[in-house]
Design a protein around this ligand. Structure first.
Ligand SMILES: Cc1cc2nc3c(=O)[nH]c(=O)nc-3n(C[C@H](O)[C@H](O)[C@H](O)COP(=O)(O)OP(=O)(O)OC[C@H]3O[C@@H](n4cnc5c(N)ncnc54)[C@H](O)[C@@H]3O)c2cc1C
Length: 394
């Protein structure tokens, strides 16, 4: 997240939270509510809702006004995100645009690129996907082989990306490609903003365990990308991606700690609606208490990191701490919650049916939480080497 002035807030504490809460209460329809998981909103409804969120000041909070943002501070960002987390709002369709592409464009993009691309991320004109991972390059991203060769028309791109979330509904791809040979590793990597309707791009959806069609394979066959669509200088790709990713791990999706809290509350409330379900819950008091403690730790940790950012400190590898802690604790809770709802009586009524559908989705999608944005092992590696300064024994 990029912010003009991270420390000076013009709002009284609590005002932005109240405003956010009021907007959500007025605009979150039943079809959009994830705690009514038996109903499902369409993609168009979710996109429209996200565009309205921007107009209402819930997204792009810290982005500069000239790029479509609201020019506010991390104080307002944190207040809004607490409320977003506590509500059963759907996850953002354009999270890659807002959390990854936008901050990277703000960091390395030219002024004309910022003015053109950034407002269209916030108003949902352009949905973005992230073309980083490849079949032979996941955790070891520097092994990527997709190549960009200089031609008279710009750059000719050839290669294959995989696990590209949302590629089939995206207008742009944030592409990481190599200008030289694979042995160059971190050197010679280049970021591009590639329009997805460019000839030679072939997108194939992959159905995941929860039945979703979000994942895609994306093939680039002699795709010509214009010089204008380079993001930053040749060779800057790795440094830009790494710098932004460490900030993003700390501050993006900070709503997740409060969402975790509201999921626990929803599970308990659903169980209370039926004596038989409540009896099931009572067999899991220890696990639920542990989840509640994890939430309190997580919220405190996120608030500490945000406070440090407001005071101008670098977050660096500390961004790995909330990612690791949240994904592991939430995955444990998702397993317990699914065990509980699986034992609900079949004639339990709507509250139990909604909880069953929601916690089934959370369990299935939760399997990926310890993989994306860097696996648990990779976060542990970062923490051991870069926070604890532990080196491998010789
Ligand atoms: C839901 C989801 C959405 C995703 N969306 C996108 C997207 O939009 N765009 C995109 O580019 N990518 C995306 N990814 C891909 C994601 O970034 C990769 O899956 C992740 O980086 C792991 O890479 P991999 O799958 O190749 O596994 P590998 O890197 O092959 O890892 C396999 C196992 O080996 C372990 N391992 C690997 N290296 C080490 C090491 N050095 N030390 C110890 N253990 C190690 C890993 O922790 C893991 O357990 C997504 C993944 C998921 C699950």
């Amino acid at each position: 997240m990029t912010t003009q002035n991270p420390s000076k807030s013009s709002y009284e504490p609590g005002t932005y939270a109240a405003q956010t809460r009021k907007w959500i209460e007025a605009n979150l329809t039943d079809a959009l509510r994830t705690d009514r998981a038996s109903i499902e909103a369409s993609l168009e409804e979710k996109v429209g809702f996200e565009a309205e969120q921007h107009k209402a000041g819930l997204v792009g909070i810290t982005w500069p006004v000239e790029y479509g943002g609201h020019g506010l501070t991390l104080h307002e960002h944190l207040e809004a995100n607490r409320e977003i987390g506590l509500s059963p709002m759907p996850n953002a369709v354009n999270s890659i645009g807002k959390e990854l592409a936008g901050p990277i464009i703000m960091t390395v993009g030219r002024e004309d690129q910022k003015l053109d691309l950034l407002p269209k991320i916030l108003n949902m004109e352009n949905i973005w996907c992230q073309g980083f991972s490849e079949p032979g390059a996941g955790s070891d991203l520097a092994a990527l082989r997709t190549r960009a060769e200089k031609t008279a028309d710009g750059w000719k791109v050839n290669g294959q990306k995989i696990w590209t979330s949302g590629a089939s509904k995206s207008q742009y791809c944030l592409l990481l490609a190599r200008l030289g040979v694979a042995e160059d590793r971190h050197k010679g990597l280049m970021l591009f903003a590639v329009p997805m309707d460019t000839p030679g791009i072939d997108v194939r959806e992959i159905v995941s365990i929860d039945g979703a069609r979000s994942f895609c394979e994306v093939f680039f066959n002699d795709v010509i990308v214009s010089e204008d669509n380079m993001l930053g200088a040749p060779d800057e790709g790795w440094a830009a991606a790494s710098r932004v990713l460490s900030i993003e791990r700390a501050s993006n999706r900070m709503y997740r700690s409060w969402r975790f809290e509201s999921e626990i509350d929803h599970l308990v409330a659903a169980c209370r609606s039926d004596n038989r379900a409540y009896a099931v819950l009572r067999g899991y008091t220890r696990e639920i208490a542990e989840a509640r403690i994890a939430v309190e730790n997580l919220k405190g940790h996120v608030e500490t990191l945000v406070g440090d950012m407001i005071n101008g400190q670098q977050i660096g590898p500390r961004g790995s701490l909330p990612k690791l802690y949240w994904s592991e604790a939430h995955q444990r809770f998702a397993q317990v919650a699914y065990e509980i709802v699986s034992r609900f009586p079949l004639d339990g009524g709507q509250a139990l049916a909604d909880a069953h559908a929601r916690f089934r989705n959370i369990y299935l999608s939760g399997r990926a939480e310890t993989i994306y944005a860097g696996t648990t092992e990779i976060q542990l590696d970062i923490i051991s080497k870069r926070i604890l300064n532990l080196r491998k024994a010789a």
